[in-house]
Design a protein around this ligand. Structure first.
Ligand code: 4FN
Length: 244
């Protein structure tokens, strides 16, 4: 999988990509991540990427020409790419979307700055607008990192098989059950007794119910798309859940 990140801050990406799962995937050549400095596609002496908005008003807008030129050069080389604009207007990234993007061979991620990009770029040059959440950011760079992390983990071979994405508890769409490690008593706070029972069936049942209960309490909307069996539904009903 190839990611091309179009940004006015290419060095922003240096340290976040030099560690962890992403770095290992880059070293294994499963993943390639290139940053593209938008200023390299400007033609004026000051390497200008922004300008004042037509119609007046606060702030600056990203000029269309540098983005257009960068995309033209990038799209001239194979493999075929999906062009994604990180934007608060976009469809919210979720695990299902990450899974779909992980099937593709190449993504070009465009990071906005200032008040955003000239609308004509959005209309004519973008395949998909993606958002990572409903809050104000100063630029699309952090959002691009979120996309890279979420998508990369789902590419076969990126995670070791012992912690494969399929094994992740989130693959059934529920929150994680609580985890504990030694010491058994810390500051007088004891771990749940069931975890010391050695009764694997009881432990599995407790963990499942914890997952269901936490999801119901904290993120009930996740239950609409979770993989639930009859027992799960019965347990959730006992907590007061009604399917919506
Ligand atoms: N943000 C909101 C409403 C209006 C503007 C913003 C905002 C960076 C270029 C976009 C933000 C959030 C999630 C990219 C936010 C994302 C961005 C993202 C983003 C500079 C213009 C801007 C109602 C969501 C609070 C700034 C809401 N995912 N504008 O943040 O790029 O990808």
């Amino acid at each position: 999988m190839l990611f091309d990140i179009v940004t006015i801050f290419p060095h922003f990406f240096d340290s976040p990509l030099k560690d962890g799962v992403v770095r290992r995937a880059i070293e294994a050549a499963i993943l390639k991540i290139r940053t593209v400095d938008l200023r390299d596609f400007t033609t004026d002496r000051h390497r200008t990427t922004d300008d004042r908005p037509f119609g007046g008003g606060e702030g600056m807008v990203m000029k269309p020409e540098p983005i257009y030129k960068a995309l033209k050069v990038l799209k001239e080389e194979p493999p075929e790419a999906r062009v994604i604009l990180l934007s608060p207007r976009g469809k919210l990234l979720d695990q299902a979307m990450a899974g779909e993007l992980a099937q593709l061979g190449r993504l070009i991620l465009i990071c906005g700055r200032y008040e955003g990009v000239d609308e004509r770029i959005r209309e004519h040059c973008i395949d998909l607008e993606l958002s990572v959440g409903d809050y104000v950011l100063s630029g699309g760079e952090i959002a691009a990192l979120v996309v890279i992390e979420a998508v990369s983990r789902l590419i076969p071979g990126v995670l070791g098989c012992e912690s494969s994405a399929e094994n992740d508890s989130f693959s059934d769409g529920l929150l994680e059950f609580p985890q504990y490690t030694r010491p058994r008593i810390f500051k007088g706070w004891e771990i749940p007794e069931v975890l010391m029972s050695g009764d694997h069936a009881r432990i599995a049942k407790w963990r499942r119910e914890q997952s269901l209960g936490l999801t119901y309490e904290q993120r009930p909307e996740l239950l609409n798309r979770a993989k639930l069996d009859e027992k799960d539904i019965k347990y959730l009903r006992s907590l007061g859940w009604e399917k919506s």
